[in-house]
Design a protein around this ligand. Sequence first.
Ligand SMILES: [Zn+2]
Length: 233
Amino acid sequence: MSDIESLLALQNDDLAIHALETRLAALEPRIKALDARRQRIVDTIERQGALVATEEKKQAFLRDKIQEHRALIDRNQAQLDAVKTMRQATAAAAQMEQAKKIVAGEESDLLALSRKLEELRGALNAAKADLAACEAEQATARTEVASERAAIEGELAQAQQQRARTASAVPDALRSRYDRIRNKKRQHVVVALNAMACGACDTAIPMQRRHAMMSGTVIELCEVCGVLMYHAG
Ligand SMILES: [Zn+2]
């Protein structure tokens, strides 16, 4: 095999590897889309959960207050039972009336709060059901993507082994020139001449170099676009 042939074989292997890597990268947006949809529901659950927790705290606080104020009413009642004068009775009754009003207000607040909590818990449960449905729905798609990825990764491992074998047939100096150019993100490093011009950028080959290149064994660097040129014969 000539240097040009072995170099072209190496380029073929690299193109195959690049195609596999492109397919692998194309799976990422699919996984990201699945993750993003699921994450939106997870965020909703978190938000709803926080709202429920806040309202539950308010509810517990209000319940404590009501208990406290009911105890106050009981004490007022005891005072009322123990009074000796009309004046004391009027004062104690007024105090009790006041405390009863406060408790009535708090109880109506508690009722409103309980209704609100019921709604919030309903929304939280709905979001949890959404998550379960989303996960069930995505299971197939995720399995599909995972098996596609495994298949491509298997092909890629084989292609890389193949590339290592091909690379060992290319003379070291030529291979490192090729690798240097390829590392600049160029896919087609080795390009056939097109009517005595670079096949990549169409720059004409100087007269004095044409004869050597026509022999079919010379590989030249295009000084304009940086590819390795050869004459395809
Ligand atoms: Zn060129």
